[in-house]
Write a protein that binds this ligand. Structure first.
Ligand code: ATP
Length: 593
């Protein structure tokens, strides 16, 4: 396929703000793409080169891209700087300057394959002299590019594609392009994606076969599965009502979710909740897992928590997060803050998938294949049938340093549901006894300048929930409280790469921050209660027409949820549910008050 064709669709996508229109363009694009090129087109359209879990980053600095634009267009560095000041985007500048250059010879049009190969080469070049090689490769691409093509090539390498095409929109488009667009087809496609975590693989199966072909997508060691998620309950009584067959009550450890892939031979891989490869952060687990897991290949899940080596007590989660991004003194951190993982599920044992088995069967499989060690343990579990036993388990969980319980259905249908949130798993935390017990993971969509002590920097952030149905971010609070001085001081530099002058696509709010921020950062906040608001748009219209939900007296907990991507933040639907629960808890309040 010609790269110019792809670029023409991108231009149309960029020009629309309407979701349905965007979907129609995506459908057209997917249908016109030869099946073997679908994966590349799907990755590129999200600004990626490979499925997210492989973590392939283009990693080209702005200065390097500018150098390539200078070389390819014959413009001077100051001309480029001046033009970027006007256009606000090096991609647009490249297009303008490429339009002016004199071409000596007419080259053959770029293909999608050639651009992808060039970008891949840029991503994989490292070591001494790599900067020059990257610039040269980029210049070669730009030399052959038409102006509009150059715009997107530059945006790809800088990681600023900003088409607003996310996986939910692509799943919708795939269902229309290669099936009948029905809800059922969409659900099956999403199901296959939840297991493979690779839209490219799903698209090829669909385009070359049919919905049935999705059945051929199965678990693979080394490729992460999207995690099963839990609902909330008002109290322990509600949990038992929802699980009449009884429930497996497990400790809810407050740490980092880890999905471990253990092959018969070769590298153990650990994935985070958002499917990032985090093996390098936990070398001690990578080393110990093959010994603790007796029947390989296996895929198991657990919660990784720091423990006090002297007392074996669970330490606060923050101790683990100190490891993130550490490369050099990991040895030191490892001995200072040892971790252990409490395994709570198994998805593959002895090379056989067990996801479809009911939970009690999976738990016995887990017990069969794990020989617990100091670092690899099993999550504490008790089968509960009545309130008294449930309360006892909950109290014991709190006393032992966990944040509550995870109640899991033991019914015949209690399969592992990849990527789904439902009442098969219910989380119940100590804090739920307060008015608004649970914290909310909000996506930063804007920032407000500070005053007084915070003058010169930012004073508050605008946060949003994610609405997967509409694939958009909806504001629910402006939070300025709860930040320590160091966090406030670090905010401008932290937000800078994601700051925008214009409201990013798919962001909904009635407030106008001083700076918009591309949805990327996820911050945990708490608040007093949820109320209806004309300014905020979370779950708009679901409780009352024209009103969204807002969090009163929001405060940051200080925890950046780096283990969550923006689409994994608290959803607008969850907020609506939290609001309804809150209304139930306070009888003087009516549901639509
Ligand atoms: P969510 O994962 O539901 O979006 P979250 O990441 O904010 O929310 P919590 O609300 O604290 O996390 O609850 C769910 C998480 O609890 C799981 O993703 C997992 O990391 C953790 N967890 C701790 N103990 C268990 C357990 N025994 N079984 C399942 N999950 C557990």
């Amino acid at each position: 396929m010609k790269f110019a064709d792809l670029v023409a669709w991108y231009d149309r996508i960029e020009a629309t703000t309407k979701r349905l229109e965007m979907r129609a363009i995506l459908v057209e694009m997917l249908k016109a793409t030869p099946p073997d090129e679908l994966p590349v087109v799907l990755y590129l359209s999200q600004g990626m080169l490979r499925p997210e879990y492989e973590g392939v980053e283009l990693g080209v600095a702005d200065s390097l891209a500018r150098k390539a634009v200078v070389l390819a267009t014959g413009a001077t560095a100051s001309e480029v700087t001046g033009s970027v000041r006007e256009s606000g985007d090096l991609g647009t500048t490249a297009a303008t300057l490429l339009g002016r250059r004199k071409r000596l010879e007419i080259s053959s049009p770029l293909t999608v394959h050639e651009v992808y190969a060039g970008l891949t080469a840029i991503a994989h070049t490292s070591g001494e002299g790599s900067q020059e090689v990257k610039v040269r490769t980029l210049v070669e691409l730009l030399n052959r590019a038409e102006p509009a093509e150059g715009k997107y090539i530059v945006r790809f390498v800088l990681g600023t594609l900003r088409l607003g095409v996310r996986e939910m929109s692509l799943l919708d488009a795939l269902a229309v392009a290669f099936a009948d667009g029905s809800k059922e087809a969409r659900t099956r496609i999403e199901g296959a994606y939840n297991v493979s975590s690779d839209l490219g693989q799903v698209a090829v199966a669909l385009a070359t076969g049919s919905l049935e072909a999705l059945n051929s997508i199965s678990l693979e060691v080394g490729r992460p599965i999207r995690p099963m998620l839990a609902e909330r309950a008002l109290n322990l009584g509600e949990i038992l009502e929802r699980m009449p067959e009884g429930a497996a009550f497990e400790y809810k450890y407050d740490g980092l979710r880890v999905q471990a892939h253990i092959p018969v031979r070769g590298e153990v891989k650990l994935f985070s909740r958002r499917l990032e490869n985090i093996s390098a952060q936990f070398p001690e687990l990578v080393e110990e897992l093959p010994r603790a897991i007796r029947h390989k290949p296996a895929i198991v899940e657990g919660e990784c928590v720091p423990i006090d080596p002297a007392t074996d007590e669970i330490l606060p989660f923050q101790e683990v997060s100190r490891r993130r991004g550490r490369k050099h003194d990991l040895d030191k951190v490892q001995s200072e803050i040892p971790v252990c993982v409490f395994l709570f599920d198994v998805l593959m044992a002895d090379g056989a998938p067990v996801m479809a088995e009911p939970f009690p069967k999976r738990r016995s499989e887990l017990e069969r294949i794990v020989a617990p060690t100091e670092r690899i343990r099993l999550a504490q579990q008790t089968i509960v049938h009545d309130l008294e036993a449930a309360q006892r388990c909950f109290d014991a969980a709190i006393a032992d340093g966990s944040e509550g319980v995870m109640a899991k259905s033991i019914a015949a249908g209690s399969a592992y549901r990849a990527g789904a949130r439902g009442f098969w798993w219910i989380k119940y935390k100590r804090d739920y006894t307060q008015t608004l017990g649970d914290s909310i993971d909000g996506v930063v969509i804007g920032a407000f300048y500070g005053r007084g002590r915070r003058a010169g920097g930012y004073g508050a952030l605008l946060l949003a929930t994610y609405d997967p149905k509409e694939d958009r971010y909806e504001s629910f609070c402006k939070v300025g409280g709860g930040f320590d001085d160091a966090t406030v001081a670090a905010l401008p530099a932290k937000l800078k790469p994601k700051e925008r002058e214009e409201r990013p696509k798919g962001v909904l709010t009635e407030l106008t921050p001083d700076k918009w921020v591309e949805p990327y950062f996820v911050l945990e906040v708490r608040g007093a209660e949820l109320t209806l608001s004309p300014n905020h748009r979370a779950g708009v219209g679901q409780i009352r027409p024209d009103a969204g939900l807002a969090l009163r007296f929001p405060r940051s907990t200080g925890r950046w949820r780096t283990d969550k991507g923006p689409t994994e933040a608290t959803t607008s639907q969850e907020l609506v549910e939290m609001y309804r629960k809150q209304v139930k808890q306070s009888p003087h309040r009516s549901a639509d008050a």
